[in-house]
Ligand binder design. Sequence first.
Ligand code: CUA
Length: 370
Amino acid sequence: MKIPSSIWTLLIGIVLTLASFWYGQNHGLLPAAATDEAVLVDGLFNAMMIVSTGIFLLVEGILIYSAFKYRRRAGDNEDGPPVEGNVPLEILWTAIPAIIVIGISVYSFDVYNEIGGFDPHAIHEAPMSQESMKMPGHGSAFAQRAGTALAATLSDTPPSTEPNLNQEKSDEAMQDPATAEVRNADQIPQLRNAPGVGIVAPTIGGTPDKAGKPAELQVNVTGLQYAWIFTYPETGITTGEMHVPIGREVQISMTANDVIHAFWVPEFRLKQDAIPGRQSEIRFTPKKAGDYVLICAELCGPYHGAMRAPVVVEPQEAFDKWMQEQLVASKETLNQAIAVNPTDLSPNEFLAPYTKDMGIKPEILHQVHH
Ligand code: CUA
């Protein structure tokens, strides 16, 4: 019995669709999805995978089938039939990809929106002043001239009412004896939100229903060659690894001390640049406990590849316990610092306790501070 070609087409269509849907969900190409946002991104990725698998199987299937079916037989030396164009077919195979591409772009924009990507209210205008336009650190003649010129053109612009997100850190730095050497407005890069005109602080993450509300946990992240430093403003602790509890929305506010770095945790499916003198934000809700790695995703120097930090997603109790440990540890460090660092000691008195360990005779110390 000969099966009609319409039945064959239908059967092949069903098999292709089922195979594409199966592979689209079971490709195993992505790492664990550890945040609510990751689930959305994976939905988009899987949809594209389904479409790609279908097209791949269809095109390769027809190619292989035709190569066998229409191969040259022994003794056949004739030319093939002259085939002219086919307008309905051309229209069909232009229309189908167009519909697929439009569908994917609408879906991607929707996901981008869903994780807070397009939020016109999240745009922060940087405060503008002549000083903020100087290059941090160097203040080259060119930058100053350019800054003056721009300030002159834009002097009508009302001053921004946006609070300087770095003010607190900057104030801290101004109090710190360690920064006395560079305690000069344009040498502390975080003094201002942005060294430029109309700089926009990029913000992604944060679902629309939560937009505008403060996140439940705030973590400040600083990138520097070649490390990540995390500060928890609520408790004031500073660490080299990031812990976040499951189910609470986290807001990361990040900046960089030297060059551009990028905050990337593959399991979170979010990536954001950390930019010197500028505050960028990212929001997410951790969902799956585990030990992950924060990887710097911007070529930032010779040891860029080593710029990684542990990220731990854990239940609330474990997070609280960790936070307590950090608080105790930081208090101990502080007590030690106070015990050995009274301000009224002279340099040799101050250094005396260390000289024994270092094998330096006390007499030598007297010469050191001259
Ligand atoms: Cu920091 Cu690459």
